[in-house]
Design a protein around this ligand. Structure first.
Ligand SMILES: [Ca+2]
Ligand SMILES: [Ca+2]
Length: 499
């Protein structure tokens, strides 16, 4: 298990802060103690985030709180950057501005014929006409989005700029537009690019200021929090930082832990890029880490080239979970055209689009289960098993979707059995992993109705679910937060003789 230990207590941090030169960003993030007097009234200006985390420029103010023992920790707001793109965006005129289509997009062509099958065959799931990310919200914490692109469906885009606090996130760099297009470019509209999740709703949060190439941990944190408030199921962060000690990452990391564990949000980030060309050694020693990608509750996405080798720039370390094409990725440009970009910034959003499809099928899939799905269904390449270059391997979207649908089909529910006033059903889980179900019972005895709905985890094999009651009994099971019911309603009657 990956663990980052924070050894910096509030008191020790004082020393470290004085010693450290610090990064470009200014200000401090601090965690007001849950045990301290509430609500906090500060004698300095502080901006509330969430989880009792605040931002302020006033270090002296923090020190006063620290002396009273009111804060758990504080940390310097630090610089976060877009990974350096190893290949700059080419002129849009160098590429056709229409008809690029899926067959020229390496992420579809390479080992992903099943993905193309999904695009072309519109697999029906429940009430949804097809599996294209309908009803799923994907946060894009980036540089914003171009405001006039024919391959973006703006009706499905929510925008926010953390600097202006307005609902327009105009992209002046191009990075965010490229990332957004990989996830959800309009598909089957005869122009430009295709994507896996064109019906997903994007929540594009601009966390980079115009004319500045870097941002700060507090801005990324604000972006994540906005995406969470907007109900995102998946959050893509194609940014990173190399060091997390005394960098303001603790609060971000703890927040990511909270949203992944409590809300089931899947956070996906770029593994990071080298800034100088190296030979793509297939079995390299570990490279640096980039955060948040290397954080345990984040899916770290590396990059392959068009031959399936590790892209020369891609970070390789044991925190890498998966990989996708990141060399010469066809992207949307902020000015409304098309171009190519390279970098893990553009492989990560492909995995975010995959996660959107997974969430469409089963909302209960969290980061741990998504990682398990990657392990179970990816095409293993490179060293056998999970490795530093490819993680669990190259995603096979079709196999993952099939696996998920099979998991839904793996549940069979027996008829209601009765013994005295207790009822039971036997649920058989023929998958090889536990499945979460909503187990609902109701009874109606001479007009007195009662019902119970509970979440149960059914282990592989036979599981017996029991309930007490009498009268007309009804029972049914749903895959948790899924659009797929698992069985018809079962009914039974129990009216004791003596009543
Ligand atoms: Ca298109
Ligand atoms: Ca491998």
């Amino acid at each position: 298990m990956k663990m980052i230990k924070y050894l910096i207590s509030a008191a020790a941090a004082l020393t470290l802060l004085m010693l450290s030169a610090g990064a470009e960003a200014s200000g401090f993030i601090f965690k007001y103690s849950d045990d301290a007097p509430q609500p906090p009234v500060f004698d300095f200006e502080a901006e509330y985030f969430d989880m009792n985390i605040y931002f302020t420029d006033d270090e002296a103010g923090i020190l006063r709180l620290a002396e009273k023992g009111y804060i758990d920790y504080y940390e310097r707001d630090a610089e976060v950057s877009l990974p350096d793109d190893p290949v700059p965006e080419v002129s849009p005129a160098a590429l056709p501005n229409d008809g690029i289509r899926a067959e020229h997009q390496m992420n579809y062509e390479f080992k992903l014929t099943n993905a193309l099958g999904i695009l072309n065959n519109n697999i029906a799931v429940g009430d949804s006409p097809s599996l294209r990310g309908q009803g799923v919200r994907v946060g894009v914490i980036d540089t914003g989005i171009g405001q006039n692109h024919p391959d973006i469906n703006y009706e499905k885009v929510t925008q926010y700029d953390v600097f202006t606090r307005k609902a327009v996130a105009n992209d002046t760099k191009g990075h965010g537009t490229a990332v957004a297009g990989v996830i959800a470019a309009v598909t089957d509209n005869e122009i430009g690019l295709a994507s896996l999740a064109p019906e997903a709703e994007l929540v594009v949060v601009k966390v980079y200021q115009d004319g500045v190439q870097t941002t700060s941990t507090s801005n990324i944190l604000k972006g994540i929090q906005y995406a969470v408030a907007e109900g995102c199921d998946v959050i893509n962060i194609s940014s990173g930082m190399g060091e997390i000690n005394d960098t303001g990452f603790r609060s971000m990391g703890e927040y990511i832990d909270k949203i992944s564990e409590e809300y089931g949000i899947i956070v996906i980030a770029s593994a990071g890029n080298h800034d100088e060309k190296r030979d793509p050694d297939p079995y390299p020693s570990d490279s640096e880490l980039s955060y948040p990608a290397a954080w345990e509750n984040v899916i770290s996405v590396a990059a392959i080239d068009d031959s399936g080798n590790r892209a020369w720039f891609s970070y390789h370390n044991m925190e890498v979970d998966t990989t996708a094409c990141g060399l010469n990725v066809q992207v949307l440009t902020r000015t409304g055209g098309y171009g190519t970009n390279s970098g893990t910034s553009f492989s990560a959003p492909f995995i975010s689009s995959v996660a959107a499809l997974v969430k469409q099928i089963d909302r209960s899939v969290d980061v741990n289960r998504f990682r398990t799905l990657l392990e179970l269904t990816s095409v293993d390449v490179g060293q056998k098993g999970k490795d530093a270059s490819f993680g669990y391997g190259i995603v096979d979207v079709g196999a993952m979707i099939d696996y998920l649908l099979d998991a839904a089909n793996s549940i069979s529910v027996g008829e209601i059995q009765q013994s005295d006033s207790e009822f039971s059903v036997t649920v058989v889980n023929s998958a090889n992993e536990p499945v979460e179900l909503i187990d609902s019972w109701s009874s109606d005895f001479n007009g007195q109705a009662s019902s119970e709905s509970r979440t149960v985890t059914v282990q592989p094999g036979e599981n017996v679910l029991t309930y007490s009651g009498m009268g007309d009994i009804r029972h049914f099971v749903w895959l948790k937060e899924s659009i797929r019911p698992l069985c018809p309603v079962q009914t039974a009657k129990y009216y004791p003789e003596e009543m």
